[in-house]
Design a protein around this ligand. Structure first.
Ligand SMILES: NC(=O)c1ccc[n+]([C@@H]2O[C@H](COP(=O)([O-])OP(=O)(O)OC[C@H]3O[C@@H](n4cnc5c(N)ncnc54)[C@H](O)[C@@H]3O)[C@@H](O)[C@H]2O)c1
Length: 405
């Protein structure tokens, strides 16, 4: 299959490109490299040494003989070039990762809120409009997030996208299926909630074939393909804005920094290993909806954990100390989370569990590259409101926080 991978230079995008190229698909990356520029803005770098995208593609060709094409284009700003590119490539599938994906970055300042909304909403809408206009009949697979549902405890499992409701009408109760109500907890999550409505409209109005993957927090670094050469290594974000909770615990343990739990640590989140994430995308590609179908929604996660339990687990493996800090986020201090993921299990997903993979991540990745970590960038600095910002003023080692922007 000819596959366009938008955002293919990113943390989930790059191993997906390798995975699909290794299976014989023709892979075309589109990326504006904004994520690399954000590293420069924040004064951070990936824990793992990342080569340029062109160099990564060259190494892949050397190792496998397969070509991965790269195209530099801003999906949110260059509509006409995008349309032309789609007409030239005529992809049979499009995988859309190309959004600003960090909740803390989206809440940093008003400028970051505006950037995140402009970038993410325009990227998704430009793509949908260009797919209709260019007349390509590609299956669109989008990476959404479990966070669109919010993290309030309703007690019932979160279904895969849709909810059956009964509405009282003058003629009596009527059954209806609706999109599961969103309750975004950050500007970033809000843009993913808006994406859902855009998808619903274009599937219904233009018959676009769309799959939306509501993904949990991705952890881990390596996949079978990124292991094939040192220069194919995946990126690993550890800083307070882009680092995700479990990967941050791993590097904190590796450098003798306290494991930072925000608030009570009673927040329950959904997780998935990077190897399973790329496998799920492959499975979703093979299970495309037909024209005229509703948007297909999967919950792309394999396990749920409370943040403080994760910290204890990593502390148990490594001897690290756990520290409780004021929470920069505005969120429920404790929540339960039960999630249905039956569709991927039915398609044959065999999950990598935390219990199997954690220790090798600490040793093979976090400890190996620990010398590249800037301790002053580890603490989380972006607060959800000005009132909260006043309380989040020091790192776990008692030093004042440094925010760069
Ligand atoms: N990493 C996670 O834990 C996680 C969890 C749930 C959902 N997701 C979703 O998966 C997708 C990929 O996440 P990731 O962790 O790989 O993020 P990432 O930031 O590493 O990668 C995103 C890529 O998209 C590119 N990009 C952003 N805006 C663009 C634009 N306007 N034009 C062209 N390229 C653009 C960036 O340069 C980057 O290479 C995101 O949409 C994210 O919301 C990620």
């Amino acid at each position: 299959m000819r596959i366009a991978i938008l955002g293919g230079d990113g943390f989930v995008g790059w191993p997906t490109c390798l995975h699909l190229s290794a299976q014989g698909h023709e892979v075309h990356i589109l990326d504006n490299l904004s994520r690399r520029w954000i590293d420069t803005e924040l004064g951070v770098q990936s824990l793992t040494p990342m080569d340029s995208i062109q160099e990564r593609c060259r190494i892949w060709k050397e190792v496998t003989g397969e070509t991965i094409h790269f195209h530099l284009l801003d999906l949110a700003k260059e509509y006409e070039r995008l349309k032309q590119w789609l007409v030239e490539i005529r992809p049979e599938a499009v995988i859309h990762f190309a959004e600003q994906r960090a909740a803390p970055y989206s809440m940093k300042t008003d400028r970051h809120k505006v950037y995140t909304v402009n970038n993410n909403t325009n990227a998704t809408h430009n793509l949908l409009a260009a797919m209709v206009e260019s007349g390509i009949d590609a299956h669109l697979v989008h990476l959404g997030t479990m966070g669109v549902y919010g993290y309030s405890s309703v007690g019932a499992p979160i279904p895969e996208g849709y909810l059956d409701v009964t509405i009282d009408t003058p003629a009596g109760p009527k059954e209806q299926e609706i999109l599961y109500p969103t309750r975004p907890g950050s500007v970033y999550h809000m843009t993913k909630s808006l994406d859902q409505i855009l998808f619903q409209f274009y599937a219904q109005n233009d018959g676009l074939r769309i799959t939306d993957l509501h993904q949990g927090i991705v952890w881990g670094t390596h996949t079978d393909q990124t292991r094939r050469h040192e220069q194919l290594i995946n990126r690993f974000d550890y800083d307070g804005d882009y680092g995700t909770v479990l990967n941050r615990f791993l590097i904190q343990a590796a450098i003798g920094y306290p494991l930072t739990v925000h608030g009570t640590g009673g927040q329950t989140r959904a997780f998935i290993h990077i190897q399973d994430s790329v496998r799920c995308i492959e499975l979703a590609l093979k299970d495309a909806p037909d024209r005229g179908d509703r948007v297909k929604i999967f919950n792309q996660m394999t396990e749920t954990h409370r943040v403080r339990d994760l910290a204890e687990k990593v502390a148990g493996l490594t001897g690290a100390e756990v520290k409780y800090l004021p929470n920069p986020r505005k969120e429920a201090p404790e929540n339960d989370l039960i999630v249905k993921n039956d569709q991927f299990l039915a398609l044959g997903l065999n999950p990598t569990t935390l219990a199997e993979g954690l220790l090798s991540e600490v040793v093979d990745v976090a400890k190996k590259y620990a010398h590249r970590i800037d301790r002053s960038r580890v603490a989380a600095v972006s607060a959800w409101t000005k009132d909260i910002a006043a309380k989040v003023d020091h790192d776990p080692e008692g030093k004042a926080l440094r925010s760069v922007s």
